[in-house]
Structures are given as structure tokens and as C-alpha cells.
Design a protein around this ligand. Sequence first.
Ligand SMILES: [Zn+2]
Length: 240
Amino acid sequence: MLKIVRIPVLSDNYVWLVHEPVSGETMVVDPAVAPPVLEKAEELGWKISQIWNTHWHPDHTGGNAEIKQATGCTITGPAAEAGRIPTLDVQVKGGDVVRLGDVTADVLDVPAHTAGHIAFHFAEDQAAFVGDTLFAMGCGRLFEGTAEQMFGNMRALEALGDDTAIYCAHEYTLSNGRFALTVEPDNTALVQRMAEVVALRDRGEPTVPTTIALEKATNPFMRATSVAELAARRAAKDAA
Ligand SMILES: [Zn+2]
């Protein structure tokens, strides 16, 4: 079983440290910055051997160079964004398989937030690292893609199965939930989840990871039944 540790950085980013105990390999997903990641790995006695990037945005890649310099790690990321991630060593795309020690992850193409955005799915561990594609009760903004692509991403992530844990890259849950309630005020699963989220955030606790089952029940973007509905909800959230 993978050991996964959350590192909160900047105002609302989560960097994920993923340790594979059989080989002892440790990988970092989307390091926005380096120092807190290097400190946490040191504290745990884990040696970072890889970085995996989901997309080129600086709050997902900003720590690449410094971590690579400190550890000699290998950096894997989206082939379609290689030009915007100069620190990349290995370029991957949907359908590829990436290895962390004893386990492998499937690469999924999930374009829309950025044109080449990818996600990493560890099927056996039922864990997916989705960057800025799917959030707790939300989805990424459509900076370089379309609502149609995001609608397709929701179907692809849904297909990973209800018990799949979703490791997203931001703590946006409270804001997303408030918006979700304007879309579906009578959704009892959503009302109940928001009460739990408010309590967690009041105590300064994280609300991530989430699960596919929870998102299917409460996420207005995953629950949108058409591209047009997703597009309208995304536009309304952007304007909120
Ligand atoms: Zn982003």
C-alpha cells in the first residue's frame, strides 16, 4: 500500500508526497515550492526519487528545479506541455504507464484546465492524482479547453470507481460547496456534506482527499447531465 502525505503550501495548494514502501521510492505530485516538501521528506526519512506534474501552472511546478537539484530526482509530466515545463525529464500522455517502485499508475488525458493536463491513477491503491481537474464539489477553470472536454473528464474520472480516492491540488471545498448549494439547494447529501466541511474548516482541518462516490453525490460539475449544463454552471461559478 502506498503511503500518501499531504503538504499544505502557499494559500491553498496541496502537494502530495507518495511513498512506495516495498522499493522505498518516494514521489512528489505537483510541488508548488520546494522547502516544505524537502523538509517533510527529511522528517519522514523518505528519499525523493521522482516528481510527477499534472500540468504546467507554476503553482504545480515551481518547486521542480530546487527539488531536482537537492535530490537528483526524475521529473515526469505531460508531453503536450513539455515546452512550458523546462525541468521535465520524461514526457507522458494518456494511455502511458508510469512506475513508482513496485507499483504502476495509468496516465489519463484530462485536458480543459490546461490543454495538456494529465492525471495519474493507481488502480490497485484506488488513488488518483488529478491536479486542477476535479476538486471537492468543484472542477478546474477552463483556461485552455472546453466544457465538452471537462464533461468528458468527469466521465473518465467517474469510471475509476466509487471507492477511488481523489487527491486534488487545492483546498477550494468551502467556496465550491457554497456554489454547489446555489445549484442544488435540496440535495440532502450536499447539505450534509457542507455541514461537515464547515466544521472541518472551522477547526482548520483539510477536506481533501475526496472520493468519486462523494463527488457523484454532491459535485455540480460531475452531476451536470449535459455539456451545456456543465458550461452554464462553470460560467456561473466563474462569475460568483
Ligand atoms: Zn492549474
